[in-house]
Design a protein around this ligand. Sequence first.
Ligand code: 0O2
Ligand code: 0O2
Length: 205
Amino acid sequence: MIENWDVFLAPYKQAIDELKIKFKGIRTQYEKNSLHSPIEFVTGRVKPIPSILDKAIRKQIDLDKIGEEMQDIAGVRMMCQFVEDIKSVVELLRERKDFEIIEERDYISQNKDSGYRSYHCVIRYPVETLQGEKNILVEIQIRTLSMNFWATIEHSLNYKYSGQIPTNIQERLKRAAEAAFRLDEEMSLIRDEIQEAQAIFSRKK
Ligand code: 0O2
Ligand code: 0O2
């Protein structure tokens, strides 16, 4: 059992705050060098306690083991403009010395049945605490703006229908996922043009 959730979750919060600063820092460095940043924006959250409890029941995870067995108590999301940027972000993560990637899940070349697409990396990230170094698992989701739009909407529908989205809406969502996929493809085709325009625009600013 977890007696004090605030204490248990504090290092997760810390990990997210640190990673957000680090990843936003990458973006700033690209900007300062007048280069296209593969990272558009970064968000992060600690999973709310009711969601942790729900998932523990659903996946039959013993509460004493959630630190090791629930990989997304800490979650960071990185949004990209283009599908190609996702690979660059993953490469950046693989090169880093301040954490270790322990798992990668590619739901882009192999999307989920729902239509969900994203690239997931689970990292082991060391946080300094009064009791010494604590290794925290953090799930990093990397996706395009288009994938994010779809996932955000599907997530709220899932919440509304408690995971049992009516079949007709599920079908619509699958079509919307295909449209989001095509949007990414179309944007990739004119990527050079877009990036050139963005470079001119940022120089003007
Ligand atoms: P800035 O200066 O706008 O970059 P936070 O605690 O506020 O840093 P949190 O709670 O993890 O961040 O997530 P939140 O507040 O939902 O959004 C994080 C950042 O992403 C915010 O910027 C938003 O402005 C930015 N954001 C959200 N949606 C979009 C979007 O569609 N496009 C772009 N470009 N940015 C978006 P910050 O961190 O407050 O700082
Ligand atoms: P939250 O905080 O509500 O987002 P699972 O068995 O699917 O629960 P698992 O095996 O732990 O998850 O890992 P997975 O599938 O790699 O990653 C889980 C997270 O990916 C989910 O978190 C979602 O954020 C996202 N995700 C996975 N599949 C879908 C999907 O079909 N639609 C949407 N919108 N998001 C998805 P949680 O647990 O839902 O928590």
